[in-house]
Design a binder for this molecule. Structure first.
Ligand SMILES: Cc1cc2nc3c(=O)[nH]c(=O)nc-3n(C[C@H](O)[C@H](O)[C@H](O)COP(=O)(O)O)c2cc1C
Ligand code: SF4
Length: 518
């Protein structure tokens, strides 16, 4: 049998040198006259081990990483094509602790299969969910998704089944499925990983959504910073169309569903669902007032499901294994699994899919291994640029929508950014206001004007001008933004600001005191 070598083609792995490694391996194969098949798989998400090269051996797959081009010659000399020992030897990928501790439902195939092989997809359970869905009525599919407890993974945590039911029950000559792949949150990369590593699962999820709600057309709105994801998705759609997964008759059924990939123009606010719809319609991305809900009047004024990549990519496993199976994972009203993305100043950065319920401390200290600098963790920001900063005192908070809300935080798209004790929380608070000022769509006053006034007021605290008075002013401003903004950009910017003030008061003291404390 020809040896099979897996080298990730995922953007994260490429950024860490996977292309150079692939070239070195291809060169070495040619020089040694060895015939082998190179598969450009997705990443398994253990980025601290990328580029992670795997070989298929008689005893299963064996991983090596992080591989540098300079390792390649010695890898061949060590007999790595048959799993030979080498300083980069990691053993069976499934047994690497970071991967072994995960519960992979949505990401089960990511890094395992050839992303653009429909055969490989089917061999690993792909299309089972769609096949099962086709045997049900649309209402029964919606009932399954509702029963699974799946909530939107884009940030708001809204129950997916309820959203789908609204679209199913709304009359429309045309309905749409829009996939939100804008992935603007800091420290997040789950959407990108799925699109690059297992694109058919998103296509399958969107097709099921179409059948369940009566939509015949889907759009994936991908951020412009993701050219690799756009390329893979476009190829995958073409393959799915040729294979009859998409088109006038989905898998030979009476249902029609097709989709297109669209590239965003690069604005954080275009991730907000109504601004995204404007952008998709070719307009400037401005937030729309609700009602009407997109489910009633969405893209081009038609009933529209708008869901995050991970919400849609989680549907196939629910339809394959059943709502009860999925619902069995998790805690409280947070059911199933969540791909936690660990980033920032952390030792083991990567994607960790787990059932809801792990504590923040377990994620940061045990899975993430603490900071990369080796200094104490000072704060972690959870949920992107609008998420709260959590101090170590709150590390017992379980990863659960309600538990985070109870601590004035949010899970968002499940990105965690770790900071060590050199972080200045006053600067972070200023950054949150500045970010809001730059990204504001400008539609409402608390956000458009408030964020700019927020930056100016924090600057006065930095300069030592009436710090107490200005701190009270920032707090007052945060309340105005929280309760008076039209969307969560202005409404949630107070979370990083107020959590910094509440949990790290020393950083807001006048400069001389701060210097003395240091
Ligand atoms: C400023 C802002 C940015 C957002 N960015 C994203 C994003 O990048 N991706 C995403 O899926 N949801 C984003 N959302 C949430 C969406 O508005 C919406 O809730 C989501 O697409 C719904 O899908 P879900 O129910 O599957 O989560 C953002 C919201 C706001 C207010
Ligand atoms: S809160 Fe900001 S981004 Fe949202 S609608 Fe108002 S101005 Fe636009």
């Amino acid at each position: 049998m020809i040896p099979r070598i897996y080298i990730p083609g995922d953007s994260g792995a490429l950024a860490l040198g996977a292309e150079k490694v692939a070239k070195a391996i291809a060169g070495e194969l040619a020089e040694r006259g060895i015939e082998a098949k190179i598969v450009r798989n997705g990443s398994r998400g253990a980025y601290f081990l990328e580029p992670m090269v795997e070989v298929a051996t008689a005893n299963g797959r064996i991983a090596y990483g992080p591989v540098k081009p300079s390792d390649v010659k010695s890898l061949f000399d060590s007999g790595f094509l048959t799993g030979g020992h080498h300083k980069r030897w990691l053993g069976t990928p499934d047994k690497i602790p970071f991967l072994a501790k995960q519960t992979r439902l949505t990401f089960a195939r990511c890094g395992v299969t050839d992303p653009l092989s429909l055969e490989s997809y089917k061999k690993h359970g792909g299309l089972n969910g769609l096949t099962n869905a086709l045997a049900l009525t649309p209402a029964a599919i919606v009932a399954q998704v509702t029963e699974s407890g799946l909530r939107g993974r884009g940030g708001a945590g809204f129950p997916t089944g309820i959203k789908w039911k609204t679209v199913l029950d709304t009359v429309g000559d045309r309905k749409y499925i829009v996939c939100n792949a804008d992935e603007g949150d800091s420290g997040t990369f789950a959407d990108r990983m799925i699109m690059e590593g297992d694109p058919f699962v998103l296509i399958e999820g969107m097709t099921i959504a179409g059948i369940a709600t009566g939509a015949t057309k889907g759009f994936v709105y991908v951020r412009s910073e993701y050219p690799h994801a756009v390329a893979v998705m476009n190829k995958a759609v073409e393959i799915a169309r040729k294979a009859g997964v998409l088109g006038a008759s989905v898998l030979g059924s009476p249902y029609a569903f097709d989709m297109e990939i669209r590239v965003g123009a690069g604005a954080y606010v275009c991730g907000e669902e109504t601004a995204l719809l404007d952008s998709l319609e070719g307009k400037r991305g401005m937030v729309r007032a609700k009602p009407p809900l997109p489910a009633h009047k969405g893209l081009f004024g038609k009933p529209t499901v708008i869901n995050n990549v991970i919400s849609l990519a989680s549907v196939p496993v629910i339809m394959d294994k059943g709502a009860a199976y999925y619902k069995d994972f998790g805690m409280g009203r947070s059911r199933g699994t969540i791909p936690i993305q660990i980033a920032g100043n952390v030792k083991y950065a990567g994607l960790f899919e787990a059932a809801f319920g792990m504590t923040l401390g377990e994620i940061v200290d045990e899975i993430g291994g603490g900071t990369a600098t080796g200094r104490p963790v000072k704060a972690v920001q959870v949920g992107g640029p609008l998420g709260a900063y959590f101090p170590r005192a709150l590390f017992d908070t379980p990863f659960d929508y309600e538990a985070f809300a109870a601590k004035d935080g949010l899970i968002g798209h499940a990105g965690i950014v770790v900071f060590d004790d050199t972080a200045d929380m006053l600067k972070q608070a200023r950054f949150a206001m500045e970010f809001c000022a730059i990204e504001s769509c400008g539609k409402c006053t608390p956000c458009r004007i408030g964020s700019t006034r927020g930056v100016e007021t924090i600057d006065r605290i930095v300069a030592g001008i009436e710090p107490e008075k200005n701190l009270a002013l920032v707090t007052d401003l945060c309340n105005t933004m929280k309760f008076g903004s039209l969307c969560a950009l202005g409404g949630f910017t107070p979370y990083p600001v107020m959590s910094s003030i509440t949990h790290f008061p020393d950083d807001f003291k006048p400069a001389p005191v701060r210097v003395a404390a240091e």
